[in-house]
Design a protein around this ligand. Structure first.
Ligand code: CAA
Length: 284
């Protein structure tokens, strides 16, 4: 069984910063990489806002929050991740970009180190074969917000070594997450089931079937969902949602996953949801 003390994260966007927080909260030393100083700073602000919120809610002492932030070292060079015992990449959902990052990590990290991708819809197999260690590449898919959602989907390919999946599973469980293991199919488990529903809600909104508030209220108060589908699309990001649906649709041709045109239109117009301040709703 591998030991995981120092972990690397590449990408400090919404998901990457959340994953860094999960690791640091669990006492791990984190090496976090971004492309430039500005992106590092955005990631830091995200982490500080999130930990300050936990302090404000009495879930974390100021001292513990300072220690948590102190366990994180940021860098703009992937070479600084050489000491990591496992690395998760959480860069934008573009196959070539992710493959390039994993290829570079493959050159930098020790040969036994597991390289994980937080991809939500790309093929882990295609990413794995772009490295010199395909048997040690897995999907490690966290959910938004990563510090809150318990699920981690572990994606095995036809060449993943069994001990790699077992070690990744034990690692995820040690973070107080609930790991599930699945094969490499677009959408894995949760997104394959969730996005048909979210897409349908976007179509109902587009057809002016009901107001956004009523669509969301129906699922919250009728079905016990923590948030309605349009608010959830805003949380995930409309660009990310469009990409996930498009990838699943191209793979399966299931009409359920043919992206609602409104998702593409809103993405093109820069209405990306919470991260841009406006999506189906407007955020302060
Ligand atoms: N970062 C860190 N913590 C956060 C947070 C964030 N962005 N948002 C909320 N929290 C924490 C709060 O601090 C609070 O923590 P404590 O209970 O420890 O105090 C807790 O979450 C609850 O927060 P709130 O009371 O403010 O709000 P809420 O009860 O309405 O919960 C929510 C907010 C957790 C987002 C909840 O509405 C929820 O679970 N929604 C569904 C989210 C979901 O379905 N996510 C999966 C999306 S799919 C995906 O991510 C996969 C993909 O590939 C796209």
């Amino acid at each position: 069984m591998r030991e995981f003390r120092t972990v690397g994260v590449v990408g400090l966007g919404t998901m990457g910063a959340g994953i860094v927080e999960v690791f640091a909260r669990n006492g791990l030393r984190v090496l976090a990489a971004e492309v430039d100083a500005e992106a590092v700073e955005r990631g830091r602000v995200h982490l500080e806002t999130s930990t300050a919120r936990a302090v404000g809610r009495g879930k974390l002492t100021q001292e513990a929050a300072d220690e948590l932030i102190g366990r994180i070292t940021t860098t703009t060079s992937l070479a600084d991740l050489a000491e990591a015992d496992l690395v998760v990449e959480a860069v934008p959902e573009h196959l070539d970009l992710k493959a390039q990052v994993l290829g570079e990590l493959d050159r930098v990290c020790r040969p036994d180190v597991i390289l994980a991708s937080n991809t939500s819809s790309l093929s882990v197999t295609e990413l794995a074969v772009r490295t010199g260690r395909p048997g040690k590449v897995v999907g490690m898919h966290f959910f938004n917000p990563a510090p809150v959602q318990k699920l981690v989907e572990l994606v095995r390919t036809v060449v993943t070594e069994p001990d790699v999946i077992e070690d990744a599973r034990a690692f995820a469980a040690s973070l107080d997450k609930v790991p599930v293991v699945i094969g490499d199919r677009a959408g894995f488990i949760a997104n394959a089931l969730l996005f048909g529903y979210l897409n349908h809600a976007a179509r109902m909104y587009e057809a002016r079937y009901a107001t956004r508030e009523d669509l969301d209220a129906a699922m919250r108060y009728g079905c016990g969902y923590p948030m309605g589908p349009l608010a959830l699309l805003d949380l995930i990001g409309l660009d990310t949602s469009y990409e996930i649906l498009d990838t699943m649709y191209r793979q399966s041709r299931n009409p359920l996953h043919a992206p609602a045109p409104i998702l593409k239109q809103m993405t093109t117009a820069g209405l990306l949801g919470r991260k841009s301040g406006r999506g189906f709703y407007t955020y302060a």
